[in-house]
Write a protein that binds this ligand. Structure first.
Ligand code: HEC
Ligand code: HEC
Length: 309
């Protein structure tokens, strides 16, 4: 496993050779068997998701030093971790990007950035048009961070994208890592906010506070991000929607508790629990989102049923 930071391939002689030529990766001249563990995923063609053409191993941050633009990637990583402190003019909420993109965007079902560099530009129903990665990032600045857009050509924007590109580990544009951004949730369940409130105080309030305000340390840095109120994400954010929030909560919260599998993926909450608690906190008071009337402009890409406006 000493090649943790590189993209290597299973030992299938012909396929490996073809894949190596196709990918042009120097690391593949001596293919080594890779153990498929929790941090290892298939690389598949976008067109044919069943065709396994290689193995992606989540890279270690220590490998960043080997990159020619290491300083830029490290800066991007810092910005994603400490967004509020480093970009106060652009961040209104007490939130960092990685408050929702768990473990620096490296965890399946925790809004990972692993495929982001390759997935954009893409058409987003909410925008009703094609959106590139800069615009997608600014979508999170405006909504999830309740802040202001970053200049598209700024050093900061470029650095964040450099981190995401590094995380994609040279997976070619027409291929993707076979992991999901969010887990499945049964959207036919009817939310019960009263039950949700009970779950909140039993499972969430210890960290996120009795009034959803989260917690800061003595320097004012975020320890636990707020779930509602003036310092939380605004009504235009994905997490302000019950089922979107439930899909996040079920597979990532309560943080640090799991019985099986990855960090947070221990299914502590049932689908119903996640839907109920999400209905409760998502509908608590939070900032408005100016411009919300422009969302979902196309009848061919209608509003989801949990849209708030
Ligand atoms: C309050 C939670 C939250 C915060 C804070 C947040 N995001 Fe997001 N972000 C999301 C959600 C939810 C999605 C949609 C994920 C999905 O289901 O595809 C998303 C999507 C994205 C995507 C597209 C992912 C993909 O591959 O499709 C990028 C890139 C992104 N966010 C970057 C950022 C950046 C940069 C910041 C900080 C400026 C940020 N986000 C802050 C919740 C958040
Ligand atoms: C042990 C502490 C802890 C508990 C308990 C916990 N969380 Fe979290 N939560 C966190 C941390 C820490 C983050 C930020 C992610 C990070 O820093 O890795 C977070 C992030 C979040 C986010 C995204 C950011 C935001 O503020 O909107 C939501 C939503 C969330 N938690 C909901 C819940 C819900 C619902 C529960 C109860 C079912 C819960 N959490 C229980 C620690 C906790």
């Amino acid at each position: 496993m000493n090649k943790m930071h590189t993209l290597c391939f299973n030992w299938v002689p012909k396929a490996a050779l073809v894949a190596c030529v196709a990918l042009g990766l120097a690391a593949c001249d001596r293919p080594t068997p890779v153990e498929r563990d929790a941090a290892t995923y298939n690389v598949v063609h976008v067109e044919d998701a069943n065709k396994d053409i290689g193995t992606y191993v989540i890279p270690q941050d220590t490998a960043i030093v080997n990159e020619p633009n290491a300083d830029e990637i490290f800066y991007g990583k810092r910005l994603l971790n400490e967004t509020k402190r480093l970009l106060p003019d652009n961040v209104g909420a007490s939130m960092n990007c990685n408050s929702c993109h768990i473990a620096q965007g490296k965890v399946p079902l925790g809004d990972p950035y692993i495929n982001s560099y390759n997935f954009y530009p893409k058409v987003m129903p909410r925008a009703g048009k094609e959106v590139d990665l800069e615009a997608r990032i600014n979508g999170c600045f405006l909504r999830s961070m309740n802040g202001k857009a970053l200049d598209r050509d700024s050093r900061e924007m470029k650095a964040m994208i450099a981190y995401m590109k590094w995380l994609s580990q040279n997976v070619p544009k027409d291929q993707r890592v076979d992991i999901e951004n969010a887990g499945a949730i049964d959207e036919s369940l009817v939310p019960d906010p009263v039950r949700g409130e009970e779950i909140y105080y039993a499972q969430c309030a210890a960290c996120h506070g009795d009034n959803g305000e989260g917690m800061k340390d003595s320097r004012g840095d975020i320890v636990f991000p707020p779930l509602w109120g003036d310092e939380s994400f605004n009504i235009g954010a994905g997490l302000a929607r019950t089922y979107k929030a439930a899909a996040f909560v079920k597979y990532n919260m309560p943080m640090g508790i799991q019985t099986v599998g990855l960090w947070g993926h221990g299914n502590v909450l049932s689908d119903q629990d996640a839907v109920d608690v999400s209905e409760f906190f998502a509908h608590k008071p939070r900032p408005d989102f100016p411009g919300k009337e422009n969302d979902w402009p196309l009848p061919s890409m209608p509003k989801p049923k949990d849209a708030r406006y």
